[in-house]
Design a protein around this ligand. Sequence first.
Ligand SMILES: NC(=O)c1ccc[n+]([C@@H]2O[C@H](COP(=O)([O-])OP(=O)(O)OC[C@H]3O[C@@H](n4cnc5c(N)ncnc54)[C@H](OP(=O)(O)O)[C@@H]3O)[C@@H](O)[C@H]2O)c1
Length: 262
Amino acid sequence: MNSPTPTALVTGASSGIGTIYAKRLAQRGHPLILVARDTARLNALATELRASAKVDVDVLPADLTHSRERLAVENRLREDTSIGLLVNNAGAAAPGGFVDADTDKLESLITLNALAVTRLTAAVLPGMLARGKGSIINIASVVGLAPEISLGIYGATKAFVIAMSQALAAEVSGKGIYVQAVLPAATRTEIWERSGRDVNALRGVMDVEELVDAALVGFDRREAITIPPLPDAAQWQAYEAARLAMLPNFAQEHAAERYRAV
Ligand SMILES: NC(=O)c1ccc[n+]([C@@H]2O[C@H](COP(=O)([O-])OP(=O)(O)OC[C@H]3O[C@@H](n4cnc5c(N)ncnc54)[C@H](OP(=O)(O)O)[C@@H]3O)[C@@H](O)[C@H]2O)c1
């Protein structure tokens, strides 16, 4: 007997990349749990998808920067054994850099972009491991590879998501769990306006449907890292090869010659 298509929990489903993931996953037959703060938008999407894709859709409104609301999502991930796919997509950017930054806003960004991703992943993993299957999609960013092109800590939070995804994949990929980090570049969504920037001032902006469809091609290929806009995969492979080539050289009893005091 075929097992039923697993339920997918998508964070940040009320707009942008998350909405398109929800639509595409519904078309693939996944029952859905939609998470974000805007209940009205989530309900409207849920109504649309129940009608168009004939799948069950639950709405779980939560501000993922609030520990009590986030805990409700964690509990659902821990207790709902139908969940086989977690899409950690909710995220935000912030205008400006470190200088003059509002420290509380920096903390909120880290909480949403890094801590919530960590806690939701930790909540869903034990069940997936017990069932011997499951997938986790983490929406990072190319800025995680190039923090200097984006002011402030946004790039650092996305570097965290990339590193976390790679560490998790190393830990659980032999246990039936697939982890994918998706690295979009500029994509036409509300994130730009929300963070006080004009997306029309940028060149090379991808439409959100194209971004998600490409990311799902990477998902179906079981890629660990998917960079939808990168034309030449060999560039990423060379970057990874250079990084991995350093690893055996880190274990040394003595500092490198160039650091020895004369
Ligand atoms: N667009 C790009 O150029 C781009 C490039 C690289 C990576 N990304 C990443 O892609 C992901 C999706 O962003 P997007 O471009 O689709 O932007 P978006 O349209 O602004 O969507 C962000 C989503 O996150 C939700 N969200 C924001 N704050 C939240 C909170 N405190 N608690 C719960 N949900 C929250 C929003 O819903 P509510 O307001 O209803 O809560 C919305 O559904 C983010 O992780 C972003 O960093 C985007």
